[in-house]
Ligand binder design. Sequence first.
Ligand code: ATP
Ligand code: MG
Length: 258
Amino acid sequence: MVVDPLIELRDVNKYYGGLHVLQDVNLTVAKGEVVVVIGPSGSGKSTLCRAINRLETIRSGTILLDGQPMPEEGKALARLRADVGMVFQSFNLFAHKTVLQNISLARIRVRGRRKDQADQCSRHILGRVGLADQADKFPARLSGGQQLGVPPRPFRRWGRVAIARALAMEPKALLFDEPTSALDPEMINEVLEVMRQLAREGMTMAVVTHEMGFARSAATRVVFMSDGRIVEDRAPEDFFTAPESQRARDFLSKILKH
Ligand SMILES: Nc1ncnc2c1ncn2[C@@H]1O[C@H](COP(=O)(O)OP(=O)(O)OP(=O)(O)O)[C@@H](O)[C@H]1O
Ligand SMILES: [Mg+2]
């Protein structure tokens, strides 16, 4: 039994036209839990994340955050949405603002903090993610080729900046949608390490990822989705050593070969 639920989805259904992308989804993430969501492409993992934050509407069902239903719109929604920080696959930072400014912005706008307070806190957060020395850098540094129309090289540490920006909202929980999939291989571990550290500090997290090592070592539960349904919701060791469904077995045999 879940003692202290922070995120709760009850019988959630969502359609894109005729496509039933979330089918009677029931999911609870308790305070301090790290729930890793895995499943084949198109199974509805991103839609699930976006629905939790009401970036997507749902057809039926209930989504509760800390016991409160998500408001439909307006200021109340903005506030509650800020309680669940999101770290996306491709995270847009403002290229013309420094890393520090990018992080403070969210805090000033959404939480109504004063700039000097926000900056102080942002520096602290940058320290937490190991980027204290990067505060005054710009997300996209100009590359030599830029005058020739080559896009600027993205800031190599954006993964951790994205996490810092989500943390700056003072969230109760963090949602990650494939936070490492667009990163250079050497940056992946840095991001996973920050995520592990947040988990140790007790941050509640739902993480869509293909990093099975992370799922095994950091998750309190693994949720396996297929065709819009939650097919398995289990302790990581149980899931990885003895998946119950054929679909999970097929998925694991494919992904673990790589
Ligand atoms: N805006 C949209 N309009 C119509 N269909 C959509 C839209 N977004 C997603 N879909 C469809 O909904 C289904 C679920 O998509 P979703 O992005 O949630 O899957 P996913 O599990 O995150 O996949 P991936 O692993 O590739 O990121 C897919 O069939 C997808 O094509
Ligand atoms: Mg996705």
